[in-house]
Ligand binder design. Structure first.
Ligand code: SF4
Ligand code: SF4
Length: 283
């Protein structure tokens, strides 16, 4: 499954589709009914970045990652969790009874405990529907903006796609080899640095379009951008807590301005910077 974070609008149609599919419905061998409350087998995480006037809200659907090296499978006894040939991980609704350790084993918090049934439950990738001939799971069918793309390809082809599209998995340091890949994950995990650039023209503040913005760290260029028609710029994919930076803004006709800042764990709007021509001393 490939999930493009830049396309998600937080409409929660996918979230509801999973509830519609599972609440009150029993799929023997796949999943027992989901309780009416408290389980979010597919959930949406929210991340705000920046502040007015350059601010954004990003949304990321999260669910069972159908890991190839799944800790939930290792924690299960009596083969209660298994991986199918197509990669889908299934927690058997009968064999898993009483096995709360399966919930704790998942580093993604993707497994929910069904108190009434005393079983662990997670999103089953709609394996029951795929086995009936469906070509895509309901989250994908219900999403109006094309966030989800489920594909069935060999590992090598997936590797190529990962490189071509810059796909990433969640918490790769866990070594679980997830089968849910994210596109544009930086919208949730990295920072941007933004600002507005103006110039004084005959006493009036004007937006400085086409000014060159260079971000430097330890005197080396890290990234660059050009201001837009509103004099605004945004440099994205800057690592959180990455220390001190210098920002230089210049325009051939209007002069330059620079500033220093420290980047913590949140994106920064640096405010309004005013370009000025260098004033040389007179005698
Ligand atoms: S995301 Fe959690 S529940 Fe799903 S396969 Fe991986 S470890 Fe198991
Ligand atoms: S249906 Fe699509 S756009 Fe709506 S919340 Fe889910 S992933 Fe996001």
């Amino acid at each position: 499954m490939i999930v493009d974070i830049s396309r998600c609008e937080n409409c929660r149609s996918c979230f509801l589709a999973v509830k519609d599919e599972h609440i009150g419905n029993d799929f023997p061998g796949y999943a027992a009914p989901q309780p009416a409350h408290g389980h979010n087998w597919v959930d949406i995480e929210i991340k705000e970045r920046g502040r007015l006037p350059i601010v954004e809200a990003n949304f990321m659907p999260v669910m069972c990652n159908h890991c190839d090296d799944a800790p939930c499978m290792k924690a299960a006894i009596d083969g209660a969790v298994s991986k199918r040939a197509d990669g889908i991980v299934i927690i058997d609704p009968k064999k898993s009874k009483g096995q709360k350790q399966i919930v704790d084993a998942c580093p993604y918090g993707a497994v929910y405990w069904n108190e009434a049934e005393q079983i662990p439950q997670a999103w089953i990738f709609d394996a029951h529907l795929l086995d009936q001939g469906w070509t895509k799971p309901r989250v994908e069918a219900s999403c109006p903006t094309g966030v989800f793309r489920s594909i069935k390809v060999e590992d090598q082809a997936m590797q190529r796609l990962t490189e071509q599209e810059g796909l990433e998995v969640l918490q790769p340091e866990c070594g679980t080899k997830p089968r849910v890949y994210y596109k544009n994950l930086h919208l949730m995990t990295q920072c941007f640095v933004a600002g507005s650039v103006v110039v004084n023209v005959a006493g009036i503040e004007e937006c400085a379009e086409d000014a060159e913005v260079i971000l430097k760290q330890n005197d080396s260029e890290v990234a660059r951008a050009t201001t837009d028609i509103f004099g605004e710029f945004k440099i994205d994919k800057v690592k959180k807590n990455s220390g001190q930076y210098e920002l230089e803004v210049s325009s051939d006709s209007s002069g330059s301005v620079s500033m220093q800042f420290d980047l913590g764990d949140e994106s920064l709007y640096l405010g309004t910077m005013t370009l000025a021509l260098e004033v040389h001393g007179t005698h």
